[in-house]
Design a protein around this ligand. Structure first.
Ligand code: C2O
Ligand code: CU
Length: 446
């Protein structure tokens, strides 16, 4: 994938052109990219890169439709690019070099204006190549929360909490299938291993709105809060047709879940990964009521099911809006020999050789994603929202608007979207090692 990196370096030269002349006034948002040592626990100091010297980066709140001036300064020795995940931005600033966003050269800054939409729980992260270096790209600390607030923000709540899941210190390990995949030293919520961060402090009777983001470069995570359940209200920041109460959340890389939690069980509890070994590796945070003290308790949730179908409208005659153009996309890997890196393909081709389908503005499309591989893939479409229409070959569903869909091994998932944001649009697997090995494709508009 040298070509991808090289393109980045070349386009880095153009970064200065985004600087506004005489930009003296302070930007609304300043993000400074610099090396940072994260103390996940006293035993785990992770040398990484972060925004504004914190992991996750600063929580950004923006008003929908209200133009912001953003300044990004690159204080590292590598070219950088910042992607606004889940927003409808023009390709020049969306933050993917494959779409034409210029890279920010080492030591350089860019300043531009952006108009955030749609409302909801979004995020921002680096969109660079990592390759064999499992400290770079999404393996680093370059990610943060963004909440785009609308006029009528739904759901009454007393407290709002943002939780970011991440895995650190990755190294490749060969699996049974001969493929190499990353395994990790330490896992965190909001940059801290369980027991080493500040607890989430709550009071009895409160309604807490929790926004959970999985910023892991490669791992799916399952999360529960001992003694409590989650009333899921939004997926990937978009309200679901009807709130659903569940005991456990599943988040694929880049997915977000927003849920209300009623604090009706006083005590000191663990919110963490359901899989024991991942929680022991640090993925957890203490939730503490005012009053009670003691060791944080964990209880395994009773039900370990999660399906997109639970949150969608099912079983009714679902409306068809105009004609929908079907696009079949088959995912597989080309095995390159034991212990070496496979190449990921869409319809038999790896990026930068993947097709560039041409979209017609205003047209509805259905992506029929056939995962022929033995891995699950979190597929993400930039600059658009799609609706999940079918998963696991069961009956059609509706009402589930997302920007990431996990397509399990050997299954097909179908999503629909309206081509309503002209410009180059990247579509890829959000797993860093997969995108680095060709699992990307660009849509163009006619
Ligand atoms: Cu959050 Cu191209 O990704
Ligand atoms: Cu993948």
């Amino acid at each position: 994938m040298i070509s991808r990196r090289r393109f980045g370096q070349l386009s880095g030269l153009a970064a200065g052109s985004l600087l506004l002349p005489g930009a003296a006034a302070a930007a609304d948002v300043v993000l400074e990219i610099a090396p940072y040592t994260l103390e996940a626990s006293p035993k785990h100091a992770v040398r990484t890169v972060a925004y504004n010297g914190q992991v996750p980066g600063p929580l950004l709140r923006m008003r929908e439709g209200q133009t912001q001036t953003v300044e990004i300064r690159n204080g590292t020795s590598n070219a950088e690019v910042l992607h606004w995940h889940g927003l409808f931005l023009p390709p020049e600033i969306d933050g993917a070099m494959e779409e034409g966003t210029p890279m920010i050269a080492p030591g350089a800054s860019v300043r531009y204006t952006m108009t955030p939409e749609p409302t909801g729980f979004r995020w921002y992260h680096t969109h660079t190549f990592a390759g064999k270096d499992l400290s770079k790209g999404q393996f680093s600390g370059l990610h943060g929360f963004l909440l785009v607030e609308g006029r009528d923000d739904p759901g009454r709540y007393d407290r709002e909490v943002f939780l970011g899941l991440h895995d650190w210190g990755g190294h490749f390990q060969g699996g049974d299938d001969g493929f190499m995949s990353p395994v990790y030293d330490v896992s965190t919520i909001n940059g801290k291993a369980l027991g080493f961060g500040e607890p989430v402090r709550v009071k009895q009777g409160e309604r807490v709105r929790m926004h959970v983001l999985n910023s892991s470069p490669t791992e799916v995570h399952w999360i529960a809060l001992a003694g409590h359940s989650f009333e899921v209200i939004a997926l990937d920041g978009n309200a679901i047709p009807e709130a659903r109460t569940v005991g456990m959340l599943r988040l694929a890389p880049a997915e977000r879940v927003s849920a209300m939690v009623t604090m009706n069980n006083p005590g000191v509890w663990v919110l963490g990964e359901v899989r024991k070994h991942v929680q022991s590796a640090g993925m957890g945070i203490v939730v503490e009521y005012a009053g009670p003290t003691g060791k944080a308790l964990w209880t395994q949730p009773e039900s370990l099911t999660w399906s997109y179908r639970q949150f969608a409208k099912t079983g009714e005659k679902l409306p068809v809006e105009g004609d929908v153009v079907r696009m079949e996309l088959a995912f597989d890997a080309k095995f390159q020999g034991h212990g070496s890196e496979e190449e990921w393909r869409i319809n038999g081709k790896s990026y930068p050789h993947t097709d560039e389908p041409i979209l017609k503005a205003g047209q509805h499309y259905r992506l029929v994603m056939k995962n022929l591989s033995m891995d699950d893939h979190p597929m993400h479409l930039h600059r658009h929202t799609f609706e999940i229409r079918q998963v696991d070959g069961s009956a059609e569903i509706a009402g589930l608007k997302k920007d990431v869909v996990l397509v399990p091994a050997r299954t097909t998932a179908e999503v629909e979207f309206v081509a309503d944001h002209p410009g180059r649009t990247l579509f890829h697997c959000h797993q860093q090692d997969h995108m680095d090995r060709g699992f990307m494709m660009v849509f163009r508009y006619a």
